[in-house]
Design a protein around this ligand. Sequence first.
Ligand code: ADP
Length: 480
Amino acid sequence: MGFALPPLLHVIGGKTVASADGATLPVIDPSTEQVIGHVAHGGGGEIAAAVAAAEAARLGPWRELAPVARGKLLFRLADLVTRDLEALAWLEACNVGKPISAARGDIGGVAETLRYNAGAADKVEGAVIPLGDGVVDYTRLEPLGVTAHIVPWNYPLGMVARSLGPALAAGCTAVIKPAEQSPLSVLHFMALVAEAGFPPGVVNVVCGDGPGAGAPLVAHPLVRGVAFTGSVEAGRAVGIAAAAGMKPAVLELGGKNAMIVAADADLDRVIDDAMMGGFENAGQVCSSSSRLLVARAVADEVAERLAARAAALRVGPALDDPDLGPVVSAGQYAKVMGYLAEARHSGARLLTGGGRPGGLARGYFAAATVFDRVDAASRIACEEVFGPLVTVTAYDTDAEALAMANSVSTGLVAGVYTRDLQRAFAMVAGLETGSVWVNGWYLGGTQAPTGGIKDSGIGRERGMIAVRNFLRIKNVAIRL
Ligand code: ADP
């Protein structure tokens, strides 16, 4: 199996273009460490051109399309993504090391997200406000205008779809800045955007890094809204820059998410979900279940069963469809290895993994790792590692579990496993996170809002509220 790489160029106003200075960045396959291409590396000049193209499209053909027509284009785009699912999945696998089956699942999710938003395009309704018989007062929900979409590398096209779908449904135009590590799938996707019939300039892509391309995009005066997914540090910088320009920003940042396992939980389900939540995408998921808090009566059993399953995972190159692929880059590999080395000296008990798996000469592979008896205040229990590492910490009371779960600086998701409905409801109320999942992990979906509190960010994505992110209210009052 093999597919062609798309042109590794920016897409501005419907045209593929190189950087004015000819700069490029290597694209690396993390399964092999091979350079598989060189992608244009843009800066302020490319951003200015892309924003100008998006502004021209906003004022031109895009504005004239009825909402239902925007929806039809999005439906067509979803169909094209489904048609090209294999090629897009292959690009994700080669570019970020995702096992190919998982990459197929991701691209299926992209199509689903686009369809959801396609259906939303003609369902944006304002309000009529009763001011008495002498005045008609109503609201128009208007598109913000040109919007910035800055995405990370863990779900390259999935994250694009999550904010681009609602932005287009709302009638905005867009400039996408993919992560510097992972431009491939969005560049193929841009050919589908054109094929679907979107007017040139409605969607643009500038490849580049955060400071060089992302920052000028957020700061550009014609950019009226920002959607960002990434690290807490970069998100804070983006939020500050957006605030300086008085633009709304949706920020979805990191998490150190607690999976709370009560003694009465269904442990078979717990182990299945902890495997998925801990090791899917090599743990490089904001909402991963990286931190298990387990009632002391079952803590050793949970840790040991989880470690046995983790030790049996097949690790290997993405296209071999392993259970666990590499992490995304040399930088991420070094970060994960640093945490593992530190954790081995932290007093926690290493049950499996803890470093590089044997038998793989090249590639950014980290073994699936389980530490138990982890101090809830230690760095591996409090900081987002973004790698295949799960910590297990025992607790004695529900109050202690809640306090541990809430003790970290982030608040993205938490999960509770129990057969006791009252305990579940009490935990749901007490957890300081944007989402709570009960007796399941990675619940929710395209239709349900997601996002964080505390350092995990501001705003919600997915669901109808995501479309609302890209709309502003104009109140109209008419004296009769
Ligand atoms: P990670 O640490 O997981 O690589 P980052 O938060 O650094 O994640 O990157 C997520 C996205 O944000 C990437 O597209 C990156 O280029 C971009 N980015 C990083 N820093 C900034 C910044 N200061 N302004 C705008 N975008 C940025």
